[in-house]
Design a protein around this ligand. Structure first.
Ligand SMILES: NC(=O)c1ccc[n+]([C@@H]2O[C@H](COP(=O)([O-])OP(=O)(O)OC[C@H]3O[C@@H](n4cnc5c(N)ncnc54)[C@H](OP(=O)(O)O)[C@@H]3O)[C@@H](O)[C@H]2O)c1
Length: 282
């Protein structure tokens, strides 16, 4: 029976520590969120991020643009936030509406305020083995593994999904931590065979219960990034009930990776505030 990797508990613990650090730092970190349109899921995620800011003593400001806002309008908002010295971190809530050029918007965020770690400059640092702001979900997963003292170096890690926000940076962080990494995606042949070789299996595809017991090696550590609706319930990519019987450790959904993502965003924002005061803080 697997150890349940309790992301909620670890995130709460880290937020408590962060609150104390911020309180004693004399700094006033501030996060700005930018949301375009009224997608309910995006609105909920932004609210959760503002609540976490409040919890740890990070100031926050929300910029809401209408659903028909143009790329130029979004860029103008980001430019204003870039030059606002009271703001340390800028978060663009994704996905943006289809008509907005997401890549241009992400690239317009000052790399020093890019607490989501999606700017090509920060991704470049991550992939060259010198991460500055690593994307929050994969960085949160690395923290969770470390908190549970799960060895990464020398293991065979398999990541399913190659998105810029999860799969690709996850593979870079695991490589930086000396795992041997395979990245799978929709064109991977014989996926089950690839997954069966994993000591650490990380799924970020967004398909309910896609990962079955047969795909998982006995004793593997299974990290479920997926957030899916199934029969009115929130479930991950992994068939949790079946896979927990053979995994050595597994994250639940909800309560696994999600809370770690938000805690990491808070940590990145505080870091951004520190780095502004000290060029050598990295
Ligand atoms: N818990 C959190 O904090 C958190 C944060 C971010 C995302 N998420 C969740 O994680 C999931 C993935 O998010 P994302 O942004 O990475 O999604 P995404 O951009 O849609 O990427 C999905 C990836 O999965 C791959 N894929 C899809 N079907 C596959 C299949 N049948 N076999 C193998 N690979 C397959 C795709 O391959 P191709 O590249 O070939 O298309 C793609 O690389 C979603 O459920 C999302 O809601 C959770």
């Amino acid at each position: 029976m697997a150890t349940i990797l309790d992301g909620k508990k670890i995130a709460d613990m880290r937020l408590k520590i962060l609150k104390e650090e911020i309180g004693g730092s004399g700094l006033n970190p501030r996060l700005a969120t930018v949301i375009v349109g009224g997608d309910p899921a995006s609105q909920m995620y932004v609210r959760m991020k503002h609540r976490a800011c409040e919890q740890v003593g990070i100031g926050s400001v929300g910029k809401e643009l209408p659903p028909d806002a143009t790329t130029e309008q979004v860029l103008k908002t980001v430019t204003q936030l870039n030059s606002d010295t009271d703001i340390n971190g800028i978060l663009i809530q994704l996905p943006l509406p289809k008509h907005v050029d997401t890549e241009r918007v992400i690239a317009s965020v000052s790399p020093d305020k890019d607490v989501d770690g999606f700017h090509p400059f920060n991704l470049g640092l991550l992939f060259s083995g010198r991460p500055r702001f690593a994307p929050c979900t994969p960085k949160g997963i690395m923290t969770l593994l470390a908190e549970y003292e799960i060895e990464v170096a020398g293991t065979r890690a398999v990541v399913i999904g190659r998105s810029i926000d999860v799969g690709r940076p996850m593979s870079a962080l695991l490589t930086n931590a000396d795992a041997t990494v395979t990245v799978c995606h929709s064109k991977t042949k014989d996926l089950a065979n690839e997954l069966n070789r994993a000591d650490i299996l990380i799924s970020a595809i967004g398909k309910a219960h896609f990962i079955t017991r047969e795909m998982v090696r006995l004793g593997a550590v299974v990290i479920d990034v997926g957030i899916n609706q199934l029969n009115g319930r929130l479930v991950g990519d992994v068939d949790f009930a079946a896979v927990k019987e053979i995994a050595s450790a597994i994250t639940p959904v909800p309560g696994g990776v999600g809370p770690m993502t938000i805690a990491t965003l808070m940590e990145n924002t505080y870091r951004a505030a520190i780095v502004r005061t000290c060029d050598t803080a990295w």
